[in-house]
Ligand binder design. Structure first.
Ligand code: ZN
Length: 75
């Protein structure tokens, strides 16, 4: 598992904490106070399809916008 204080680790933990709820890159950026939205995008794109993470077109749980979101399916 990754973790620690890297941006990738923070994003991973945030999405896992949401317990399967889908969240867009904008909200990830907002929640973690990242300086650049592109940082979240790079990480969530890389996470998609790995270890239960998936990228789908859906409604974001936090902001309600329909867009590409990331969620974690805990089995
Ligand atoms: Zn959102």
């Amino acid at each position: 598992m990754t973790g620690g204080t890297t941006i990738a680790g923070q994003i991973e933990r945030l999405i896992m904490r949401l317990g399967g709820a889908a969240v867009c890159d904008g909200c990830v950026t907002d929640r973690l106070s990242l300086s650049v939205p592109a940082q979240a995008n790079v990480v969530t794109r890389a996470l998609g399809g790995t270890r239960g993470f998936e990228r789908i077109r859906d409604t974001c749980t936090l902001c309600g916008n329909g867009r590409t979101v990331t969620r974690h399916r805990a089995k």
